[in-house]
Design a protein around this ligand. Structure first.
Ligand code: NAP
Ligand code: ZN
Length: 370
């Protein structure tokens, strides 16, 4: 496989890869394709660490194609444009989220919901059209079809803006499509992590009332004072949960671990909707009575289209909305992953790829080639 890939992809790049289910990331040399007519080449400066990266490198979803180079919250600068490229110029600040191609002809693609295309090619751990496995943003450069590239709006910083490319669109999209983005509506956010904290910010920007439902009592002050939530309840405290029972029009469930849904669904008003965003390894526990009584809806949502992602970025820039991040160097990424697994992040780790991933900075580590 290695020689074929190198032949097809003549360009050498540096990356961090996991090689087995330990999930441990180490430096590696990978190859990228040349910039095609419809492609742009991007120098990656920052990449957010999504919990999906952690699920994947540890093979929790049983689909890892090792070596896995994760990362789908990519921010950087265009260094090269193919001859058909219309949207971008060299030097533009751009981002890449969770997908790098789709079939572009099915019903989902034609309706502008290409994030639900059955032939979607994810940014990493997916099979590209040429049969090679895609590598994500824990890398110094990437080549992407221009259709799947997002323009960073003026004033949006690359580091704090990068998490919006997955976390941001994943919470913005269901609020919009389920009609939850209306001023005055009451929304619950389960899980105050990378997705959850930007969900609070978007919901407040839409003028909604927001209650955080968390397993971590120590997040209360920040949730309310820094992030602007209107209320905070600890899910294990039956009295606190009782106060908000039956009050919510919608709930965004971002929990990364499996849970019993009964007490969370009880927070919805009749006809309320819970949208599942989290993708835990193990199945959720749910009783039919929790939905049937009250005519409630349980739905799922997966990221968003490119058009919606651009709209979300522009909306965020207009409202001065960015992620709260902790910037880490490539040498700190394994520690960051351990902290993410324990829920010890406020609220998104972002890798400072531009300043810390280079052949020189990795000279002390062996850099195996694929
Ligand atoms: P994260 O930063 O780790 O946040 C997850 C939060 O879930 C934690 O901070 C914690 O918040 C809460 N949590 C953890 N264990 C829990 C439990 N047993 N019961 C209830 N809550 C629990 O992760 P993330 O990056 O936001 O991603 C969250 C999930 O969404 C992951 O499963 C990820 O794979 C998935 N995801 C889905 C999409 C999509 O398109 N649908 C996109 C991106 C990510 P508290 O401390 O406040 O309880
Ligand atoms: Zn993600």
């Amino acid at each position: 496989m290695a020689p074929v890939e190198a032949e097809q992809h003549p360009r050498s790049a540096l990356a961090l890869a996991a090689h087995d289910a330990s999930g441990r990331l180490s430096p590696i040399r990978i190859s990228r394709r040349d910039t095609g007519d419809d492609d742009v080449a991007i120098q990656i400066l920052y990449c957010g660490i999504c919990h999906s990266d952690l699920h994947t490198i540890k093979n929790e979803w049983k689909n890892a194609n090792y070596p896995v180079v994760p990362g789908h919250e990519i921010a950087g600068l265009i260094t090269e444009v193919g001859k058909n490229v219309k949207k971008f110029n060299v030097g533009d600040k751009v981002g890449v989220g969770c997908m790098v191609n789709t079939c572009q002809s099915c019903e989902s693609c034609e309706e502008g919901h290409e994030n639900y295309c059955s032939k979607i090619i994810f940014t990493y751990n997916s099979h590209d059209r040429d049969g090679t496995v895609t590598y994500g943003g824990y890398s110094d450069m990437v080549v992407v079809n221009e259709r799947f590239v997002i323009q960073f709006p003026d004033g949006m910083p690359l580091d704090k803006g990068s998490p919006l490319l997955c976390a941001g669109i994943t919470v913005y999209n269901p609020m919009k499509y389920h009609g939850l983005n209306e001023p005055g509506k009451h929304i619950g956010v389960v899980g105050l992590g990378g997705l959850g904290h930007v969900a609070v910010k978007f919901a407040k920007a839409f003028g909604m009332r927001v209650t955080v439902i968390s397993t971590s009592p120590e997040k209360r002050e920040e949730a309310m004072e820094t992030l602007g939530a209107d209320a905070f309840v600890v899910s294990s405290d039956a009295n606190q949960m009782k106060v908000v029972k039956g009050t919510m029009h919608g709930i965004l469930n971002t929990a990364s671990a499996s849970m019993s849904m009964y007490s969370y669904l009880a927070l919805l008003k009749p006809h309320g909707k819970m949208i599942l965003l989290g993708l835990p390894e193990k199945p959720l526990q749910i009783s039919a009575f929790s939905l049937v009584a009250g005519g409630k809806t349980l739905a799922g949502s997966c990221m968003g289209s490119i058009r919606d992602t651009q709209e979300m970025m522009d909306f965020a820039a207009k409202h001065g909305l960015t992620a709260d991040i902790e910037l880490v160097g490539t040498e700190e990424v394994n520690e960051a992953m351990e902290r993410l697994a324990k829920g010890e992040v406020r609220y998104r780790f972002v890798i400072d790829v531009g300043n810390t991933l280079s052949a020189a900075s990795l000279a002390s580590s062996p850099v195996p080639a694929l």
